[in-house]
Design a protein around this ligand. Structure first.
Ligand code: DGL
Length: 265
């Protein structure tokens, strides 16, 4: 494996772009390949077998592009497929972990709320995370059906999005949560609205920067970091509609980019 090779990143859709942004900040010299599996988003209401099969197919594609590492920029795919991916692929697989640990360190009220998909909240990984950190603080899991669809539609601040968020965030605040964890990579794009609803005293945290740090640590340990003087590039693929993906990636990545069709999906 060569340090000059790219890093592969994927998500059920465009949510993983929040992780891609953190990776770009942490590793400016790396070439990044991003796959949005938008034809099949949301993963949250699919079976574990389906998500696993999609994660394997996308990882195979990324490996065919000579990636030196894969970042599973999706909490739901992490819960459903990370163990299988690690057993099937030789490249390092870096995955998501909701920021429960920093949240337990941050809370003053002793109550933290976690916004995630129902599949993530029910996953073994998550149940273990709950058990590990839930002894001294109260952890409230809140499933958020509909939010991934709003981000996939590019609606980050409209009425429907606001009403959904109010419905999910208010009960957590009423139960005393002073720290909210964004346990789905789509949600950081809704962070300004979440912060507005929760108020400035509530901390809203996600794990994108921590995942980027972990990726850097892993590449460094394996002597796979690209020359930091290089200017990194990004390439995008989607299994969804091209025009939609193009507009959405431009909106969220804030640069006009070319998106390609994911081959044979
Ligand atoms: N971004 C994915 C996650 O982190 C969204 C899940 C979904 O597609 O339902 O969970």
């Amino acid at each position: 494996m060569k340090a000059a090779n790219p890093i592969g990143v994927f998500d059920s859709g465009v949510g993983g772009l929040s992780v891609l942004q953190a990776i770009r900040r942490a590793l400016p010299g790396e070439h990044l390949l991003y796959v949005a599996d938008s034809a099949y988003a949301p993963y949250g209401d699919k079976s574990q077998q389906f998500i696993e099969a999609r994660s394997i197919a996308i990882s195979q594609f990324l490996v065919s592009q000579n990636v030196k590492a894969i970042v599973v920029a999706c909490n739901t795919a992490t819960g459903a497929a990370v163990t299988t991916l690690r057993s099937k692929f030789a490249v390092p697989i870096i995955a998501m972990e909701p920021a429960v640990k920093p949240a337990t360190a941050n809370t003053q009220s002793g109550v933290i709320g976690i916004l995630a998909t129902s599949r993530t909240l029910a996953s073994d990984n998550f149940v273990r995370l709950f058990a590990r950190h839930g002894t001294n603080v109260e952890i409230l899991g809140q499933a958020c059906p509909g939010l991934v669809e709003q981000v996939e539609a590019g609606d980050l601040s409209g009425n429907t999005t606001r009403l959904l968020l109010e419905r999910y965030v208010r009960p957590l605040l009423e139960q005393g949560a002073d720290t909210l964890v964004l346990g789905c990579t789509h949600y950081p794009f809704l962070a300004p609205l979440i912060q507005e609803i929760a108020g400035s005293k509530v901390a809203v945290i996600d794990s994108a920067a921590a995942v980027a740090r972990e990726l850097r640590r892993r590449l460094e340990a394996d002597h796979l970091l690209a020359d930091s003087a290089r200017i990194g590039t990004e390439y995008f693929w989607t299994s969804g509609t091209l025009e939609k993906a193009q507009a959405l990636v431009a909106q969220l990545w804030q640069v006009d980019v070319e998106v390609c069709v994911l081959p044979s999906h």
